[in-house]
Design a protein around this ligand. Structure first.
Ligand code: GLY
Length: 305
């Protein structure tokens, strides 16, 4: 709502998506984005974010950042102040400090309790994983129906609620488009794992001329078929929004999709058409334009529809 107010007052799409992401990142009730995100296997919160300016095709991203909040703002400053597009880990943290952000523990008691609960369910001691970490990660990040059976049975495999991300796509009064994506990544991930959210082209893409797209879900899937950029490219090649989204879903459909693995896409055209797409039925997305008092919850389109 605050981001919409900003747009109503003539603010930029870039400012709007940054603000909307920041509000979600600061929400302690949201365990998939920013502060209070679900931790990695070691109990550390690692945040990823990206922002893209559809007018200039400039973009900035950070990945695997610890101990600093609001990764979307750090991503934006990367875009605006460095000759680079993506900073990771210690370099991203150094840059955050340099631009004046204060370090702040992103873990909350609730998120850590969920982490401990998940290990308790699995019969594993999170403080005594030793060299077994990759076996646990194997269970988390690879489909369990493959021949090479995981060493540990899948106590931690990706439940839907462990895959959250936030996407915001906006058009401002000048017709400029921007997109912002922020996440704490898949819960219980191997340390250093990066999903699609900070990978421009996979989880985020904006181009004023053709439109924008962004993803939530199992980031590995969007990385493998470059989902966000593909959808925008399909529109550039002449497909309608609907056709482009369906083609992006067809790209994803060749990947193995076991339970708990899914991909959602939201997309926008320069004239304000919007649509959500998903590989699993029943998913929704939120839409709002300046004349609306409240956002509306809309169905996403699934491939078989
Ligand atoms: N879509 C967020 C992630 O996979 O990290």
């Amino acid at each position: 709502m605050a981001a919409m107010e900003l747009l109503r007052n003539g603010g930029s799409a870039l400012d709007a998506v940054e603000l909307a992401c920041r509000i979600t990142e600061d929400d302690p009730e949201d365990h998939s984005v920013g502060y209070s995100g679900l931790p990695n296997l070691l109990g550390q919160v690692e945040l990823d974010a990206s922002i893209m300016d559809g007018r200039t095709l400039r973009t900035g991203a950070v990945a695997s950042i610890h101990n600093y909040g609001n990764p979307i703002t750090i991503a934006r400053r990367v875009m605006e102040e460095l000759p680079h597009v993506l900073l990771v880990g210690a370099g991203a943290e150094r840059f955050a400090a340099e631009i004046g952000q204060q370090p702040a523990d992103q873990r909350t008691a609730e998120a850590l309790a969920k982490w401990r609960e998940r290990f308790a369910e699995s019969g594993l001691d999170p403080n005594a994983l030793g060299d077994n970490l990759r076996a646990v990660a194997h269970v988390v990040t690879r489909p369990v129906n493959l021949k090479d059976k995981p060493v540990i049975e899948p106590p931690l495999h990706g439940k839907p609620e462990t895959l959250g991300t936030v996407n915001f796509l906006a058009i401002d009064q000048r017709g400029d488009i921007a997109s912002g994506v922020s996440t704490s990544g898949i819960a219980w991930k191997y340390p250093g794992r990066v999903g699609d959210s900070p990978i421009v082209g996979a989880g985020n893409y904006s181009d004023n001329r053709y439109g924008a797209a962004a993803c939530t879900g199992m980031g590995e899937l969007a990385i493998r078929v470059s989902t966000a950029r593909s959808l925008v490219l399909y529109m550039k090649m002449g497909m309608s929004l609907h056709e482009a989204g369906m083609e992006a879903l067809r790209d994803l459909s060749v990947l193995e999709m076991v339970e708990g693995r899914y991909m959602n896409i939201v997309a926008l055209t320069p004239d304000g058409q919007h649509q959500g797409f998903t590989t699993v039925a029943g998913r929704k997305y939120l839409h709002m334009h300046a004349a609306m008092r409240e956002p509306e919850l809309l169905d996403r389109t699934c491939l078989e529809e």
